[in-house]
Design a protein around this ligand. Structure first.
Ligand code: ARG
Length: 477
């Protein structure tokens, strides 16, 4: 037994002093995070430099040590940028890899960097810095996506298409109005990311492993240097909660869900059976067997990737739900779902903005579809109500007229005045309330124009909504 202790190899790992045998190969691979957390290297270095500067300001390390650390980190940064940094699985994660290299480059100063700090508050800081950058990128892309939607909406502020409920033709809307619905969703998505950014932007450093540290640190100055709004107020909370990452994934899942709905519509609209739009060829693929096919792969993949992103949200919630305070290694599992959510959202927004501004709208097909579903039946009922007929009577009379139009095999709007009077049937007070102006009310343009209130589908209302949305975007970005 005693011999075994003496025979153990010299410590290889940063923390291996108390261990009597090296970590098993499989365990090393199983527990290492460097294959995926090395993408936080820039944030790790930034955080370390801010920490080292504070240590020097507070007299905890010497100015000469700080100079060595800064010199070493500059070298490491350029090694990473040139792809020459030797990432090593033995050193577990991005933090230990960089610290070990620093020590190899500058000696004792490198060993002093970790004074008053733990990987627990270090990793929490790195993730927050990384996520803050990702959110800023997403906010800029969301603004661009909204601008793209607004441009297409403006071009089609007066292009009629059928509005659907239950996927049945309901009432005429304009294509511009339809797109503005997605613009509203994107605006709320941007609000959610901005809100999440506020809570992400707190500094964990200073919490150390869990209880704080005995050195005379100055957390506020580190927060200022790193651009954090404030410091995390409780050391246990600082190292252990990942609620900001969960919020981010929730905002990402909602955004993807919105884009998935739009994707579903693009796919339907592009079906030759519907033919409302065409996507540019660069967003589609052909079939290896059917030469005629042009498949909407990009929207289909957005719809598919939404499942993955929703899964990441559930993964992080589940990761957190049974963890006692404070840090647990479970938290290392936060990164892959988080990174993949950010990557997917960023790529999706990039591709979507290009795709949506490049769609070809087939207005003739939209109008032809509108001429088939008695889309202005509600307008006829509203007309009768405005002439004094109770709504339920008007509804019944129009239902009879629709039935008659169906029997004749044409749309309600094709009746002339006399035919329409007859078609309203025996409902007392209905037929005699019709005047010649009813025919205009039953046209698509008449139906659209009548909904000119804020939030309505009339071209005037759509243009006003676009102007408002543009002004809000300019103010925010
Ligand atoms: N790679 C670890 C993570 O991502 C860093 C923190 C490790 N802390 C520890 N006490 N083992 O969570």
């Amino acid at each position: 037994m005693t011999a075994r202790h003496n025979a153990s190899p010299p410590p290889a790992k940063t923390w291996s002093g108390r261990f009597s045998e090296p970590v098993a190969e499989l365990v090393k691979r199983y527990t290492a995070s460097v294959p995926f957390d090395r993408r936080m290297a820039a944030q790790d270095i930034r955080g370390s430099l801010a920490h080292a500067r504070m240590l020097a300001r507070q007299g905890i390390i010497a100015a000469a040590d700080l100079a060595d650390i800064e010199r070493g980190m500059a070298q490491i940064e350029s090694e990473i940028a040139r792809g020459e940094f030797a990432w090593n699985l033995d050193d577990e994660d991005v933090h230990l890899n960089i610290e070990k290299r620093l020590t190899a480059l500058v000696g004792d100063a490198g060993k002093r960097l970790h004074t008053g700090r733990s990987r627990n508050d270090q990793v929490a800081t790195d993730i927050r810095l990384w996520l803050r950058d990702a959110i800023d990128q997403i906010l800029a892309l969301l603004a661009g996506f909204q601008r793209g939607l607004l441009d297409v909406a403006e071009a089609h502020a007066a292009t009629p298409m059928p509005g659907f409920t239950h996927l049945q033709v309901a009432q005429p809307v304009t294509f511009g109005h339809h797109l503005l619905a997605y613009c509203e969703m994107a605006r709320r998505d941007a609000e959610r990311f901005a809100d999440c950014r506020r809570r992400t932007n707190h500094l964990p450093l200073g919490a150390a492993a869990l209880a704080g540290t005995t050195y005379p640190i100055d957390r506020e100055s580190v927060a200022r240097e790193l651009g954090f709004e404030e410091i995390c107020r409780n050391s246990l909370d600082a190292v252990s909660d990942r609620d900001f990452a969960i919020e981010f994934c929730a905002a990402g899942a909602l955004l993807m869900t919105h884009l998935s709905r739009l994707s579903e519509e693009l796919i339907l609209w592009m079906s030759p059976r519907v033919g409302f739009i065409d996507l540019a060829d660069r967003f589609c693929t052909g079939s290896s067997i059917m030469p005629q096919k042009k498949n909407p792969d990009v929207p289909e993949l957005v719809r598919g990737k939404t499942g993955r992103i929703n899964g990441h949200l559930v993964a992080l919630l589940t990761l957190m739900k049974s963890q006692p305070l404070a840090y647990n290694k479970d938290n290392q599992e936060d990164k892959e779902p988080l990174f993949d959510t950010a990557d997917t959202v960023i790529d999706t927004l990039r591709i979507y903005t290009d795709m949506i501004t490049g769609i070809r709208v087939r207005a003739d097909n939209m109008r032809a579809a509108l001429a088939q579903g008695h889309a202005t039946a509600t307008d006829l009922a509203d007309y009768l109500v405005k002439k004094g007929l109770p709504f339920r009577d008007a509804h019944e009379a129009v239902a009879l007229a629709v039935r008659e139009a169906e029997a004749r095999g044409h749309d309600l709007s094709r009746f002339d005045l006399d035919e329409l009077r007859a078609a309203l049937g025996e409902v007392p007070g209905a037929a005699e309330r019709l005047d010649a102006d009813v025919l205009a009310a039953l046209t698509i343009e008449g139906s659209l124009a009548a909904r000119a209130h804020p939030g309505g589908t009339a071209p005037t209302a759509v243009r006003a909504a676009i102007a408002r949305a543009r002004a809000a975007l300019e103010k925010e970005t």
